[in-house]
Write a protein that binds this ligand. Structure first.
Ligand SMILES: [Zn+2]
Length: 233
């Protein structure tokens, strides 16, 4: 005959099993997703691309500025070389020269701007590289810790499962099913202790005749308030 004492023992095992399983899931989850390295890697990737873009822009603008400077020199020597004397030609040359000078000024300003952007991106990149190195080193340590505790948890779970299957072998299937259903519907507590005439599952006071039936231990008594199996310690 299955006694409520055996049910209570089963519940004790199931409570431990739940906790171990929960810890195991959390550990496994952290092992799978907890490194935080992926986010840093994507940030570094984005920053490297930004840096590359700014550097390309810098090179192109420099090249453009140099071309305009050469053009300015050519115009300068034409203006003051004495070969061109026609006032209209000279005027148009002067006009072009002043335009070129404006362009050079614009390029110089743009280059200052780009140089700032490059410096910021370089700084951020090296900062991220340092962070990534640190995160990788820390993750190595954490990973080992997690793998060790996972091994322990699996061992613990297997031991409890073994104890549980030994216990359920001697329980009658109907009581076992009743227990399983109650445990599911009663928030994990199918068997409640009785203490000072109170069901510890719902804290309601039990009628005297019910307490007597529990005390006699001849059959499984369910709490008249919450429906849990009652167990007198
Ligand atoms: Zn109750």
């Amino acid at each position: 005959m299955t006694t409520v004492r055996q049910m209570f023992a089963l519940q004790e095992l199931d409570i431990i099993l739940d906790r171990v399983q929960d810890d195991e899931n959390k550990t496994q989850n952290e092992l799978n997703n907890g490194d935080g390295i992926g986010d840093l890697e994507s940030a570094l990737q984005r920053d490297s691309e930004l840096l590359q873009e700014s550097e390309l822009q810098q090179r192109a603008t420099k090249l453009e500025a140099e071309t305009q400077k050469e053009r300015s020199e050519t115009l300068n020597s034409q203006l003051y070389g004495g070969e061109i004397t026609n006032p209209r030609d000279l005027e148009s040359l002067e006009h072009e020269h002043s335009n070129v000078l404006k362009l050079i000024e614009q390029h110089e300003a743009a280059l200052d701007n780009i140089a700032d952007k490059v410096a910021v991106a370089q700084f951020k990149k090296s900062e991220l590289e340092d962070k990534l190195d640190e995160a990788r080193a820390a993750w190595q340590i954490r990973q080992t810790e997690l793998q060790d505790s996972l091994k322990e948890l699996v061992k613990e779970r297997e031991e409890i499962e073994l104890q549980r299957s030994k216990l359920t072998e001697v329980l009658d299937p109907v009581s076992l099913q009743q227990y399983e259903l109650l445990r599911k519907s009663k928030g994990g507590l199918a068997v409640a202790k009785v203490h000072r005439g109170l069901c510890q599952g719902c804290k309601m006071s039990l009628p005297t005749h019910q307490q007597q039936r529990v005390r006699s231990g001849r059959q499984t008594v369910l709490c008249s308030s919450c429906g849990r199996m009652l167990f007198l310690v």
